[in-house]
Design a protein around this ligand. Structure first.
Ligand code: G6P
Length: 595
């Protein structure tokens, strides 16, 4: 979603702002802008579209100054156009904002009655006007920012620049992450530490309700009660390697190839952590798993595992539905929240609901210092590393790996899995990285099928058991980056409706591991073949007359993790042949911090 950067130093900040904005491009955006103190005035440049549009503008009309803020905007209130692009500003105050101000209409009405004139449709624009309003009452810059944020309802991460206070930037967070950075000669703020990975050597993650004043040489933070506080200073860990494509054409392809390593690290980091944790499934009444997007499909696979290997009743839901349907949550239940970013607004709200219902809260996150990690009773980390491609790949397979480990632990604690059986299943997990490597060294099948999909306007993905959620994830991947309409179905459900979509040559990608449901799935495949579908089987055995993507089964337990890879590669190669923007697909955001 939106990205924020800010910098104050003794020289010129424009290059720092632009390089920071490039690093948060992956979050997804449709306009961008900067505001800089230039000749004692706030000067802005804003452009619709990608950063090169903004850079062209800056080339024609350069900006120079020692303090500035920048933003990439993912439109929520109002179209992606220049007037709605951040920074929003009055003559005295410029603001970049992530999140949503829920009471912006009321504030706007009051300020309009006071003579303020608004230029955009955004919720954000009320913030610089509100700060200006308090400055006009004689408040200090710090007090004016403080007073303004107290009037805001909703979520925000803010960067504020003031015309008459050239030596400081202001920052505040509530509900949206914000990180500050310190370097030898300067201070920075950003929505994401990756934006600071070139510049700041030390990072400070603001806590909920914090406000900060950034000077060139020092940063002062006050907490929600306006007390001066010192927050932990972390040394930067995001290396430039995460931001480098490492010879691959796209981040997504690089990240697909990083999966064997990421899966191995996830097992290594968690096998003991899990054993040592006090997390006990033995007399749990029910496990509720909640997530969004790809993380929800990881939850959907895990449901099969927990039920089969741990005899544990499981309910799964997407967070945006779960949070508003007043779900009944039993006594002695646990709720597990899966999130790559750890900041997805709906997942976080669902977590808070489950907490109110006195559930044990478990979270699985990829970003360690995230809100969903902080608010859980038990936190486990996927070791995917930074994922830049908007379409999730290594985050998904590491989530599955970690869920598989947890399911095995639960199975043993509940006396369902014998030690021997658990060891056998663990061996599948141990073999997974090698099996992934083998599969990735030969992607000619997926390349070939991608050529066939190039002109398709619809595709169906089918599978049974744990292959069903993988079919849904395959369909999601394809639509996200190639824009081909695709849906995933349980193979047995086809004849209850979706089969009506099958026309001559409709591609039906069929996940066909050689498992206990092989014959059943095969029957469903013949039903659609009889109606003209173009069948693409994915599995260990080609079938005469069908296109085929070869996958050597690893075992019924870990197959879904392995089968995720051909789904990713198929979407990737199809997007490449169709010439779409693989790493930054239209309209999508990496981290969704609004509901
Ligand atoms: C966005 C991303 C998806 C992701 C989903 C949930 O829609 O584009 O790739 O699966 O959010 O994100 P989370 O960070 O909670 O896993």
């Amino acid at each position: 979603m939106c990205g924020i950067v800010g910098a104050i130093n003794g020289g010129t900040v424009i290059n720092d702002l632009l390089s920071g904005l490039h690093r948060v491009e992956y979050r997804g955006y449709d306009s961008a802008g900067v505001a800089i103190l230039h000749n004692q005035e706030i000067a802005r440049r804003r452009a619709e579209g990608k950063l090169n549009q903004l850079e062209e503008l800056l080339f024609k009309a350069p900006l120079d100054g020692a303090a500035g803020i920048g933003h990439t905007r993912w439109a929520t209130h109002g179209m992606p156009c220049v007037a709605n692009a951040h920074p929003h500003a009055t003559a005295q105050v410029a603001v970049v904002h992530n999140g949503i101000i829920e009471n912006f209409k009321d504030i706007r009405e009051q300020l309009t009655a006071d003579g303020h004139v608004f230029e955009s449709e955004t919720d954000t624009e009320v913030i610089p006007h509100l700060i200006t309003h308090y400055l006009a009452k004689g408040m200090s810059p710090e007090a004016a920012v403080q007073e303004a944020i107290e009037k805001l309802r909703g979520a925000y991460a803010l960067g504020v620049l003031m015309r008459d206070d050239p030596d400081h930037l202001y920052a505040a967070r509530k509900g949206s992450p914000l990180v500050l950075g310190k370097a030898e000669h300067g201070a920075y703020l950003a929505s994401d530490s990756i934006a600071l990975s070139e510049k700041a050597s030390e990072l400070i993650f603001l806590q909920e309700g914090d406000m900060a004043v950034l000077g060139r040489d020092q940063i002062e933070i006050t907490d929600i009660c306006h007390r001066k506080v010192k927050r932990k200073v972390a040394t930067r860990t995001t290396t430039n390697a995460a931001c480098d494509k490492n010879g691959y054409a796209h981040y997504m392809l690089k990240e697909i190839h990083e999966q064997p390593d990421a899966v191995e690290k996830t097992v290594q980091a968690n096998a003991n952590a899990l054993y040592d944790s006090a997390l006990d499934f033995s007399d749990l009444s029910r496990l509720t798993i909640v997530a969004c997007g790809t993380s929800f499909y990881a939850a959907s696979v895990a449901k099969y595992w927990f039920e089969k290997y741990a005899d544990l009743p499981v309910e799964t839901d997407i967070a945006s539905e779960f949070r508003y349907r007043s779900p009944y949550m039993p006594q002695n239940g646990a709720a597990l929240f899966i999130s790559q970013s750890g900041e997805t607004a709906d997942t976080l709200a669902a977590l808070r609901y489950a907490k109110d219902q006195e559930q044990k809260i478990i979270s699985l996150v990829n970003v360690a210092d995230s809100s969903i990690a902080r608010e859980a009773d038990y936190v486990f980390h996927t070791m995917a590393g930074t994922e830049i491609g908007v379409a999730s790949t290594k985050a998904f397979t590491t989530q599955l790996t970690l869920l598989a480990l947890i399911a095995l632990q639960a199975g043993q604690q509940r006396g369902v899995l014998s030690h021997d059986k658990a060891m056998k299943l663990t061996q599948e997990l141990d073999e997974l990285p090698q099996a992934m490597k083998r599969l990735l060294t030969c992607d000619s099948d997926t390349r070939h099928v991608a050529q066939e999909l190039e002109r398709a306007s619809n595709a169906l993905f089918i599978g049974r058991n744990t292959s069903f959620p993988i079919a849904m994830e395959g369909a999601l991947k394809l639509k996200e980056i190639s824009y081909i309409h695709a849906e995933g179905f349980g193979a047995g459900e086809l004849k209850h409706g979706p089969i009506a979509l099958v026309e001559q040559d409709t591609p039906v990608i069929s996940l066909l591991p050689k498992d206990s449901l092989y014959e059943k799935t095969l029957s469903n495949i013949y039903e659609v073949e009889a109606r003209g579908a173009q069948i693409i089987t994915v599995g260990p055995e080609p079938i005469d007359g069908f296109l085929h993507i070869d996958v050597d089964d690893i075992g019924e337990f870990c197959n879904p993790i392995l089968y995720a890879l051909p789904m990713q590669l198929l979407a990737y190669h199809t997007a490449v042949v169709r010439g779409t923007n693989v790493d930054q697909p239209r309209n999508l955001a990496k981290s969704v911090t609004v509901e």
